[in-house]
Design a protein around this ligand. Structure first.
Ligand SMILES: [Ca+2]
Ligand SMILES: [Ca+2]
Ligand SMILES: [Ca+2]
Ligand SMILES: [Ca+2]
Length: 408
């Protein structure tokens, strides 16, 4: 295998436990024919695993034993190739749930702090607004979520037929790109927790309430039972979401409570594709307690006008001890400590920028329900500009001394 000239981040510097061995991701120049693509792959002993057609990204298997960095370099040298990258691993951004099994009516301090009550005076959400939660899945049978779970209107359940022709058989609630099935049932709890903050059913005398009392949560599971997943899994989720959006599903927001330290032009292009389709991407800043300006965390750190990167604040409006931050790369802070939400078939507390993120993503969906005409850019600026200002945040996030209030 020839070593080509690298045009982007040199994967040789990345530890091999941070990407999938034997696989890479490629974006060809769009004018490259299928035959040319196959030829380029075949000449290096590689073969396509699948193509994410809406995003035009190929997931490719490389010969066993070959060094991923070398193959990426060689493939990049082909003039028909725009990008070739390792298939990086991504991780859920959260600590373990607390052991406290009890839930009390006044524990949703984060909901109070973002002035949800004031927002609810304007709107409690709209069941036509869809939030795509890219995570560990969702317990769609949870009594406080079931009413707000998105259902694919063109897919007939359990008939073993891909009724809507989107490539997924019986994808009623979303898909699971980790286990390669159409059942995004949560096997960890993280995604069920973020879903509850986004849109647990409100005013039903049960459990918790989401930022949206009414909205639909589409679940794309790419993180496994240990909370880790791959770029190909995330890209497949975004490909699925963009295709649904392009067909007319009213998806307005993605919630991304996950990430890692490695940049990827392809993951970025997939996020941008969602943004260009009219979907705002709300992303966790990470729980490393570090400055993302010097140690970037992705996808939160991609320089994109469609991304809102979220740090975590505590009950005193201070930065949570674990929260990463970044005066240029993190946009806003939201409650992320001792957050009560749906978990398993019950409820539990969790801490993390993962928990802060759905407070913001839920607010974005609420804005979209109040005014369906709002653009991605307008939603982002509304969220960034309607905040409480605290000096302890002044050098921590872009919204300059900002935290925790974005009632519309
Ligand atoms: Ca289908
Ligand atoms: Ca079906
Ligand atoms: Ca599954
Ligand atoms: Ca409820």
């Amino acid at each position: 295998v020839l070593l080509g000239s690298a045009r982007a981040q040199q994967p040789g510097a990345v530890p091999p436990d941070q990407y999938v061995s034997g696989e890479i991701l490629i974006k060809f120049n769009p004018s490259t024919s299928n035959n040319q693509r196959d030829g380029i792959l075949a000449s290096r002993g590689a073969s396509r695993i699948r193509r994410f057609t809406a995003l035009d990204i190929d997931q490719v298997r490389i010969p066993p034993g070959l060094n991923v960095a070398s193959v990426v370099g060689a493939i990049r040298s082909a003039p028909e190739v725009l990008y070739a990258e390792p298939n990086y691993l991504r991780f859920a951004v959260a600590s373990a749930p607390s052991n406290d099994p009890f839930w009390l009516n006044d524990t949703l301090w984060g909901m109070q702090r973002v002035q949800a009550q004031q927002a609810w005076g304007v709107s409690t959400g709209n069941p036509s607004v869809v939030i795509a939660n890219i995570d560990t899945g969702i317990n769609y049978n949870h009594q406080d979520l079931a009413g707000n779970v998105w259902r694919n209107p063109l897919e007939i359940p359990a008939n073993n037929i891909d009724d809507d022709g989107n490539g997924y058989i019986d994808d009623v609630y979303g898909i699971d790109t980790y286990n390669h099935d159409s059942d995004p049932m949560d096997d960890r709890g993280h995604g069920t927790h973020t879903s509850g903050t986004l849109a647990a059913v409100g005013n039903n005398e049960i459990g918790v309430v989401g930022i949206n009392w009414n909205a639909k949560v589409l679940s794309c599971k790419f993180l496994n039972a240990s909370g880790s997943g791959t770029d190909s899994g995330a890209i497949e989720c975004l490909n699925y979401i963009v295709a649904l959006k392009n067909r007319g599903e009213n998806i307005r927001v993605t919630n991304n409570s996950w990430g890692s330290n490695y940049g990827s032009a392809l993951l970025q292009s997939a996020i941008e594709a969602a943004g260009n389709a009219g979907i705002i991407n709300v992303c966790a800043a990470g729980n490393l307690g570090s400055n993302n300006d010097s140690s970037p965390f992705y996808p939160a750190g991609f320089p994109s006008s469609t991304i809102l990167a979220v740090a975590a604040s505590d009950q005193s409006d201070n930065p949570a001890s674990f929260s990463s931050y970044g005066p240029t790369s993190v946009d806003i802070a939201a409650p992320g400590v001792s957050i009560m939400s749906t978990y398993g078939s019950s409820y539990d507390f969790m801490d993390g920028t993962s928990m802060a993120t759905p407070h913001v993503a839920g607010s974005a969906a609420l804005l979209a329900s109040i005014n369906p005409a709002l653009s991605v850019a307008t939603i982002k600026s509304l969220l960034m500009n309607n905040v409480d200002h605290f000096p302890q945040w002044s050098s921590m996030v872009v919204s300059a001394a900002a935290s925790t209030c974005f009632a519309p």
